[in-house]
Design a protein around this ligand. Structure first.
Ligand code: ZN
Ligand code: ZN
Length: 344
């Protein structure tokens, strides 16, 4: 089968590999019908994910059809259309039982697919702990509607959930990339009084204004003063930092009102400074990232009910054999690309 493979730093290639086989009684084999490329795939390519194993098939955003299941798999059967979770988790350990599935104690727990074990930019993928890692897609939900459920949409949903948003809140979301938009969609479900999105790219600003006209948009240089004007208590009640750029962490806590919650979803390239003397007395609560992707069934129901729609994010579509071109466009941010869909 065709499998897009991490060869060495800076090099991915489409290779011919044997079709994966079940290795454990709780595994499933999934035929990938639609996949996507995540910024994390680019991080692997550029060598900034030290845990990534050369030779593995990359890709961790995908949906497909179950082809085969191990004897201990109970929640899915061959023929089921499913989303695949970015995270591998056993469901039994201390962390899994508390919903902290990102910290599953299994040696392959957390983000393993397409990083430490073969992923889904391929014709088939083996999914460990299939009862946890797969969710059945409701009949009326299309592959494109379900494509982001297992990764960036799970992240946005989790970020909105842990941020304790109340109806009277002003919520600031920093960053309107694909994960920022998914976060926005999930924050909208909580109906806070005001949502402000901070973004510097003109293209992304236009995207937010076009699709979500009720959301206020501001550029980073005006963010601090704008947020304090738009808030009732001198700053945002909740700040969700999804940008991960050099200045965005500082902007996040500065825009927060005293006693606010600041949720950091972003993955930074460099350490960030937490200047405690400067924020003394502000009494902030910080929550930090690494999605607990255990809400996929609920997210799929919300999609089926028409309450979440991420399809506007899909700007480009390619067959698997042209995945090289999809990467080129995404890496160079050409042609207004937000997300690509890769057809299996
Ligand atoms: Zn990802
Ligand atoms: Zn576990």
């Amino acid at each position: 089968m065709l499998a897009y493979t991490y060869l060495e730093q800076g090099q991915f290639a489409l290779c011919e590999k044997p079709k994966p086989q079940l290795k454990d009684s709780r595994d499933a084999l999934v035929r990938v019908t639609l996949g996507s490329i995540c910024t994390s795939d680019l991080h692997i390519k550029h060598g900034s994910v030290p845990r990534a194993v050369p030779g593995i098939t990359v890709g961790h955003e995908m949906v497909g059809i179950v082809e085969e299941v191990g004897p201990d798999v109970v929640s899915v059967k061959p023929g089921d259309r499913v989303t695949v979770n970015v995270e591998t988790f056993c469901g039994d350990c201390f962390f899994c039982r508390h919903g902290y599935v990102n910290n599953c104690e299994d040696p392959n727990g957390g983000w393993a697919l397409g990083c430490r074990i073969d992923g889904g930019q391929a014709e088939y993928v083996r999914v460990p702990y299939a009862d946890q890692g797969l969710n059945r897609i409701p009949d009326k939900v299309t592959d494109e509607q379900a494509l982001f459920v297992g990764d960036i949409l799970a992240t946005g949903f989790w970020a909105a959930r842990i941020s304790e948003i109340k109806p009277e809140d002003t919520v600031l979301i920093i960053g309107a990339g694909p994960t920022g938009i998914c976060t926005l969609l999930c924050v909208m479900l909580k109906h806070p009084r005001r949502i402000i999105v901070c973004e510097k790219s003109e293209e992304r600003i236009r995207f937010v204004q076009e699709h979500y006209p009720e959301v206020l948009v501001v550029e980073p240089e005006n963010c601090l003063s704008f947020v304090s004007q738009q808030s009732n208590h001198g700053g945002a009640d909740v700040v969700i930092e999804v940008a991960g750029s050099d200045d965005s962490f500082t902007l996040a806590w500065k825009c927060a009102r005293p006693n606010a919650i600041v949720t950091v979803v972003a993955l930074y390239d460099r350490p960030q400074v937490l200047p405690l003397p400067d924020m003394y007395g502000k009494n902030l609560t910080f929550k930090t990232g690494g999605v607990d992707g255990c809400d996929c069934a609920e997210i799929l129901n919300l999609i089926a009910e028409g309450k979440i729609d991420t399809t506007p994010l899909i700007t480009h579509r390619f067959p698997l054999r042209e995945i090289e071109e999809a990467y080129r466009i995404l890496e160079n941010r050409q042609d207004g690309v937000i997300k690509v869909a890769i057809k299996g």
